[in-house]
Design a protein around this ligand. Structure first.
Ligand SMILES: O=C(O)[C@H](O)CO
Length: 347
């Protein structure tokens, strides 16, 4: 197609105008290749210009410190430590940090608050996926599925034996939830049809509305340990919950009990857990989270048959991860517009 000189000049001017307009858009750094829904939302918004660390692996810290300089927004995941050093590197333009996670222990909330930076996170959209995985992990641990497939594959499967690979069943059991929130309720709802006899929970205080939904009884931490046949950790990692699952707790648990953690590794004292598992103080543990992550392959916990370890996959369904990225993108955009975020963390 032929265009007149004037038309070409017009297009060139238009392009330059667009470039200029783009250059004035708020700058955002996205610290990981997040699922496509979130990136599409950012792209189509026309509201921001963004740069992406286009990888499944974390951006190196030095690179992150460089890239956030002068940014108005940051969309991050749970492996990035958002602390004073990073916020200083970003500088005064930074208005919003949006994390694609429900957990926020990687964020220095005090530092964010001090600087007036708003924070978005992604609760609710992952509740179903996390509850589902927790149930899967609980069953895999209590019914020894990983050990069993290993035996079947490696020749350990001899004849049918009466007590071989026996585990513990949910029917008639007592399930304890440490930290009752949406996820704890969703886990209990899924476990109920397995004929659980009783649900118990403990938290910093009673949570009657949530507890009522699953007819859970509030008990002390000691009582939770003593009575639970299955103990599921669902609390956030905070200075108060750091290491609360330790030898004191394990010592009170039954030697037939199963311990499950899909919250954060820091809630558990892993040396104490190893001791409890290897001495038979408790029957088994299923962990989706550890300290550190990844847990080194030579870690003692990997040597135990009664410990099932997953690589932090509780929210890992395509639907959920896309929903998390979309929510993180929408939080970021709303925050940058000065609007209420769909899910804002109150600092
Ligand atoms: O905090 C979170 O969002 C989970 O641990 C990962 O989905």
């Amino acid at each position: 197609m032929w265009c007149s000189r004037a038309a070409v000049r017009q297009v060139a001017l238009g392009l330059r105008g667009t470039q200029r307009a783009m250059a004035t858009l708020p700058r955002v750094y996205v610290s990981r290749k997040v699922p496509p829904q979130g990136l599409d939302i950012l792209r189509k918004s026309g509201q921001v210009q963004f740069e992406l660390w286009d990888s499944d692996d974390p951006v190196p810290r030095q690179e992150l410190l460089k890239k956030v300089k002068g940014c108005d927004g940051l969309l991050c995941v749970l492996t990035e430590k958002i602390d004073a050093e990073l916020l200083d590197a970003a500088g005064p333009n930074l208005k919003v940090v949006s994390t694609m996670s429900v957990g926020f222990d990687h964020l220095s909330l005090d530092e964010l608050k001090k600087r007036g930076i708003r924070v978005g996170y992604t609760p609710e959209v992952l509740t179903d996926a996390v509850a589902e995985l927790t149930v899967a992990l609980l069953l895999a641990t209590s019914r020894r599925l990983i050990e069993a497939t290993h035996e079947a594959k490696t020749g350990g499967w001899g004849t049918w034996r009466t007590l071989w690979l026996c585990g513990y069943e949910l029917a008639n059991s007592t399930v304890g939830i440490l930290g009752l929130g949406r996820i704890g309720v969703a886990i209990a709802e899924r476990l109920k049809p397995f004929k659980v006899k009783k649900f118990l929970y403990t938290d910093v205080g009673q949570r009657p509305e949530l507890a009522e939904a699953i007819q859970a009884e509030y008990v002390s931490m000691d009582e939770l340990a003593r009575q639970s046949d299955f103990l599921a950790v669902c609390c956030a990692l905070t200075p108060n919950t750091q290491g609360i699952c330790n030898k004191n707790l394990f010592a009170k648990m039954k030697n037939t009990s199963i311990f499950i953690n899909t919250s954060r590794g820091g809630v558990v004292n892993q040396e104490d857990l190893y001791a409890a598992l290897s001495s038979g103080q408790i029957a088994g543990a299923g962990l989706d989270v550890t300290t550190p992550e990844p847990l080194p392959t030579n870690h003692p916990l990997f040597t135990l048959k009664n410990c099932v370890i997953l690589p932090h996959i509780a929210s890992a369904s395509y639907t959920t991860r896309n929903a998390m990225s979309a929510l993180a993108a929408n939080n970021l955009l709303a925050g940058l517009r000065g609007d209420p975020m769909p899910k804002e963390l109150q600092l």
